[in-house]
Structures are given as structure tokens and as C-alpha cells.
Design a protein around this ligand. Structure first.
Ligand code: ADP
Ligand code: MG
Length: 619
């Protein structure tokens, strides 16, 4: 069972109020939005033809009005400088990264500061790729809201596996700007696998190749699925290779075959565009027919499947070359692959399927619409996050924080909740007592500030630390959480090289009810915990001040007046008393009182020391 919790209030969300979390494929050429309807992922369709593909194109008119999708795509020909496409190629990139694309884009990109993030200039205004992507997301959100008749606020968005942190963050920000709470950024090949039902069973282990040939980009990703976690073993591709290149080679072929006058057509953008669209039509037709016939400029034109394949072959060979690279990088043999998944409209070309079968010795999976598969998988991921799939827990993040107990029974988190698995983290500590030769490490799991309220996972002792004054030892506690949910905790003392290790079965041993309860508890008690933590911190600070005051009096008895000694002792005693109570304000004011009184005295002592030093005396 999973319980949806409103993370702001800590309330358990009621059944009725259940939110729909959508899955979004934010593509270079086309974008789609999908959700789970009666247990099955479906894409949301729009327009007269009821198409799920929303062209990732944005048009700005002179008044600043914005349109996205089919209408905007039509403006690519009539108003290219105000029509933005391929924004995805600019996400999270600097001008230097993308300046080579400049000649391909009909709009202006700005190089004011070539090392910082690129901007697009439209109608005299500057837009970041994040703002532009947000426009596309906003329009998808609108589409879903119209279709479902309710507001949408949460989404999962997919990105290519090769996207770096900046590109992922930019995508997340675009979602935020569009008014979406982006619960997860998912790799496109992972989403495609989920759409095929891969990864929904924790027992499943397999190697998957995801071949994605879209309009303008190609990539191949090799994934390993193990214990419900997708690992990207390798990716390879070409960001300027896609269906558009195939269209272009058909156009060239027609020009040659029919002797069209390139000089006149070349100047007529509309005519050129018409021929290009016809070439695309022919290409699509030939994916399911043997010949294509039509007429243009008063001439009948035809293209046979065989001729088409001759034109497409060199481009397809380039993708196969990438596949070979990716396979080598993954460390797998072709025979170790269990599945090939096809993504992107261009994979409908039969030659691609047969070539892939030759290369990998495996029939590619093409039951799902290659245009929709990524969005469908994003919806599946969204459904998992919504807690609607009781049977699965996608184990790519730790559900609860992991940490150790520190002075005063406080929980010191080392691996926070929702961290990626596998993962590792470490933290440095020191001792609080002189001559301490052992360190007890108690490992806890949970969100509360006090370990007493969390779940104890285990405990061990680091022994044989050579005796040193408090604060001298350099202790490091290191957590490694592997893909199986096994937590290995290692403690070492760096100066002496002493170390101890323990292995703990973590997180996943916990039932979901227990997990939900702990999360709810942590939210309900957040305020109380905060107070408790503050109290404990004040106590720790007060204890340190008391200790130094005692030491100060011992070391400076000669220079202090009797009255000063009595007052310091009295104030220190008061502080110690207050520390036994639970009132943080009392501790704080006792601390302040002692500090206020001792500060000028400490100052005087310092002056005495300096004076002595100046007189050449040893201090
Ligand atoms: P992207 O991932 O870049 O957003 P898509 O996955 O939407 O792109 O793929 C678009 C490409 O797929 C276009 O080049 C289009 O011509 C091509 N395509 C669509 N349907 C077919 C088909 N039946 N046969 C061949 N190519 C197709
Ligand atoms: Mg795509």
C-alpha cells in the first residue's frame, strides 16, 4: 500500500482528491503529453486529425502573442525569423556550444556573452531556451487540462540519456516556469522501456538497446535493468542526423531524376518547402507501400521502395556505426542483449528494422507507436510516483534518509531521502572527550531530528584509536548504498589509519506502511523536532562554554580578582543548572549572562598575555 502525503501539510491526501500526474516527452521536433487512464497509459490527442504530436515550434507575432504547435509550424515558411524550432538543442547550452547550429536556425541566437547561456532574439526581445520550452510545456499542460477537465500541476518530463546536469536542470526549470511541479526527470530510453512494461517487475534482469531516430537527431542507449534500477551502460549518437536528412536526399534525387531547375526553385521558398513536404510524404508512404506516385510542377514523380532504400542506406549505416560503438562501450556482446526498442517516427522505415536484426540478431520491439512510446513510459513513471502501482517501488532513490547518531542523540543525515541509488557519501567528525580510544557508530533511518524517533539499522564500534586530545582525531564515516539496497558503513580515523566496516541491509527491508508512517510522522513533528534540535544544540554549546569557563578560571586564578572568580563560578553554575531543564530560552540567557560578564575579563587576560609577550616573557 502507498499513501499519498501532502508534503506541505503532512495530511494524508484523500482518495477523491487524487492528482493526475502527467508524463511529457519534450521532443526536438514534436512533444507529447500522456497520462494513465483506467490503468493504461494513453496520449492526449488534439486537433482535427486527433494527433498526439504537438510540433515543438513557437511563433511570436508583432504584438507578442504566442502560438505553439501545428499553427506555429506553418509559420516556419511564412515568418521564419519569428518562429522558433529545435529549442531542445539549445537547452542548458552556451553560445559557444551551439554556434555551429546557427546556419540551420531561421531565427537569431545571441552571442553577447559567448560563455554564458544562449538566448534567442524574437520581435526585439530576448528569450532563454528555458522560457521557450516553458511555452511548449504550457501549451501541453493546457491541452491536458482541456481534455481532462481539471487542472494539472505535476509532471514527469523525459530527456535524452546523454543530457548533462545543466540540460536536465534547464528542463526542470522550464517545467517550473510552466507551472508544473516536475517530480522527476526521466531518461527517454528508460521511459521507452517502462512503456513496454520492462522494469515493472523487481525480479527482472535484462539488457536493453533503445534505438531512437527522430526528425533531426539519432541516439542509441544501452541500458541494464537490475533489481528495478535502470543503469545507462552507454550512449552514442549524432545530434544532426534524422528523418529530415532522408527527406533532403529524396528531394535531391528528384531534382536529378526530373531535371527541375534548381535555380528557380531554390529562390522560391514555398515551392522548395512543398517539394520537401512531398518527399516526407513519399518516405512515410514507403514505410508501408512499395511505390509512391504524385505530381509536382506538372510532372508525375514516382519513388519505389528499392530506390528509397538506396537513398536512405548511407544514413542508416551511420546509425548502425553508432550502435556498434555503443555496444563496445557497454561492455556487452550483441548476444547478451535481450531487447531492442524502437523510438522516433523514423524507425517505421522497414530497412531500419531489418538492419537492426542483422546487427544484433534480435527482432526489434515495435508493438507500440514509436512516436508515443516515450510519453507513454513517462506516464507510467508518473503513475508509479503517484503511488498507484501498489506492486512496484522503482528503486532508483532511497525512500528514507540514512544517517548516524551524533552528540545529544541528534540524527546526522549522511544520505538524504530521495538520493539516487547506488550512491555514496561521507562526513568528517572528531571526538568530544580527551583520550577517547573508541567511537560508537549507530546508524539510523528516518526523517526525524532525534535518532530516538527514527529506526535503528545497526551499530558498530571503531576501536584502537590512539589516545589524543579531544578534537584532534580525524574521523570519517562513509556510507555506500548499492543497487540492492545494501548499506555499507565504514568508519576510519585518518591520523592512525584505524578502520572498521559494517554491512547493513537497509531501506528496502522496511514495509511501505512503515515508510509512509515515518514520513507522515516527520512532517507532523517537524516543528517539534526543530525545537528539540535547537534545544539540544543550545545544550551542546552551553556544555562547551561551561568547560572552557572552568578551564579559564583554573588557568588564570592569579590574575583574576576574588570577586570575579566567585561571579564566574556562580554564573557557570547557573548555566549548568539551566542545561538540565528543557527551556532553551533559559539556557540561552544564562549563556549570554556568562558571556557578557566574561568577555571583558577574557579581553584583559589577552592584553596581559600580549604585554608579557612584548616584554619578552614566555607565555
Ligand atoms: P523527434 O524525436 O525529433 O521529436 P519524432 O520522433 O517525432 O522526432 O520523429 C519525426 C520524424 O519521423 C520525421 O522525420 C518524420 O518524417 C519521421 N516519420 C514519421 N512517420 C514516419 C514513417 N511512417 N516512415 C518514416 N519516417 C517517418
Ligand atoms: Mg523523440
Amino acid at each position: 500500500m502507498k499513501i499519498p502525503i501532502d508534503l506541505k501539510t503532512g495530511e494524508v491526501a484523500s482518495e477523491k482528491k487524487e492528482d493526475i500526474i502527467v508524463g511529457i516527452d519534450l521532443g526536438t521536433t514534436n512533444s507529447l503529453i500522456a497520462y494513465i487512464k483506467e490503468g493504461e497509459p494513453v496520449t492526449i490527442k488534439s486537433g482535427a486529425g486527433k494527433n498526439a504530436l504537438v510540433p515543438s515550434v513557437i511563433h511570436f507575432d508583432a504584438e507578442g502573442a504566442v502560438v505553439v504547435g501545428d499553427t506555429a509550424r506553418d509559420r516556419l515558411i511564412t515568418d521564419p525569423s519569428n518562429t522558433i524550432f529545435s529549442v531542445k538543442r539549445l537547452m542548458g547550452r552556451s553560445y559557444d556550444d551551439v554556434s555551429h547550429l546557427r546556419h540551420l536556425l531561421g531565427y537569431e541566437i545571441i552571442d553577447g556573452d559567448t560563455a554564458s547561456l544562449v538566448k534567442v532574439k524574437v520581435q526585439g526581445r530576448f528569450y532563454t531556451p528555458i522560457e521557450l520550452s516553458a511555452q511548449i510545456l504550457r501549451s501541453l499542460k493546457q491541452l491536458a487540462e482541456n481534455d481532462l477537465g481539471k487542472p494539472i500541476s505535476k509532471a514527469v518530463i523525459t530527456v535524452p540519456a546523454y543530457f548533462n546536469d545543466a540540460q536536465r536542470q534547464a528542463t526542470r526549470d522550464a517545467g517550473k516556469l510552466a507551472g508544473l511541479d516536475v517530480l522527476r526527470i526521466v531518461n527517454e530510453p528508460t521511459a521507452a522501456s517502462l512503456a513496454y512494461g520492462i522494469g515493472l517487475d523487481r525480479q527482472q534482469h535484462m539488457n536493453i538497446a533503445v534505438y531512437d531516430l527522430g526528425g533531426g537527431t539519432f541516439d542509441i542507449s544501452i541500458l541494464r535493468l537490475e533489481d528495478g534500477i535502470f543503469d545507462v551502460l552507454s550512449t552514442h549518437g549524432d545530434t544532426s542526423l534524422g528523418g529530415d536528412d532522408i527527406d533532403r536526399s529524396i528531394v535531391e534525387h528528384w531534382f536529378k531524376t526530373y531535371g527541375f531547375d534548381l535555380a528557380t526553385i531554390g529562390k522560391d521558398a514555398a515551392k522548395g518547402q512543398e517539394i520537401r513536404l512531398l518527399a516526407e510524404k513519399a518516405k512515410k508512404h514507403l514505410s508501408s507501400h512499395e511505390t509512391y506516385t504524385n505530381s509536382i510542377l506538372g510532372r508525375e514523380i514516382t519513388l519505389s521502395r528499392a530506390d528509397f532504400e538506396k537513398l536512405a542506406a548511407p544514413l542508416i549505416q551511420r546509425t548502425l556505426e553508432s550502435c556498434r560503438h555503443a555496444l563496445v562501450d557497454s561492455g556487452l556482446k550483441a548476444s547478451e542483449l535481450d531487447k531492442i526498442i524502437l523510438v522516433g517516427g523514423s524507425t517505421r522505415i522497414p530497412l531500419i528494422k531489418s538492419e537492426l536484426k542483422n546487427l544484433f540478431g534480435l527482432d526489434p520491439d515495435d508493438n507500440l507507436d514509436p512516436d508515443e512510446v516515450v510519453a507513454l513510459g513517462a506516464a507510467v513513471q508518473a503513475d508509479i510516483l503517484a503511488g498507484n502501482r501498489k506492486d512496484i517501488l522503482l528503486l532508483d532513490v532511497t525512500p528514507l534518509s540514512l544517517g548516524i547518531e551524533t552528540v545529544g542523540g541528534l540524527m546526522d543525515v549522511i544520505i538524504p531521502r530521495n538520493s539516487k541509488v547506488p550512491g555514496r557519501a561521507g562526513r568528517k567528525y572528531t571526538t568530544s572527550v580527551d583520550g577517547q580510544t573508541s567511537l560508537r557508530v549507530s546508524v539510523f533511518q528516518g526523517e526525524r531530528d532525534l535518532v530516538a524517533d527514527n529506526r535503528k539499522l545497526g551499530e558498530f564500534t571503531l576501536r584502537n584509536i590512539p589516545p589524543m586530545p579531544a578534537g584532534m582525531p580525524k574521523l570519517e564515516v562513509h556510507f555506500v548504498l548499492d543497487a540492492d539496497g545494501i548499506l555499507t558503513v565504514k568508519a576510519m580515523e585518518e591520523r592512525s589509519g584505524t578502520q572498521a566496516t559494517v554491512e547493513i541491509r537497509s531501506a528496502y527491508g522496511i514495509s511501505e506502511e512503515e515508510m509512509s508512517r515515518m514520513l507522515i510522522d516527520s512532517i507532523r513533528h517537524a516543528e517539534q523536532d526543530l525545537k528539540m534540535r535547537a534545544l539540544l544544540e543550545s545544550r551542546n554549546e552551553a556544555a562547551n562554554i561551561s568547560l572552557s569557563t572552568d578551564r579559564f578560571i583554573r588557568q588564570h586564578t592569579d590574575q583574576l580578582t576574588e570577586n570575579e572568580i566567585i561571579t564566574l563560578e556562580k554564573l557557570n553554575q547557573n548555566l549548568k543548572e539551566k542545561c538540565k531543564g528543557d527551556l532553551r530560552d533559559d539556557i540561552e540567557s544564562a549563556m549570554k549572562e556568562l558571556n557578557d560578564y566574561s568577555a571583558p575579563i577574557a579581553h584583559r587576560m589577552l592584553d596581559i598575555s600580549i604585554n608579557k609577550a612584548l616584554k619578552g616573557q614566555k607565555i
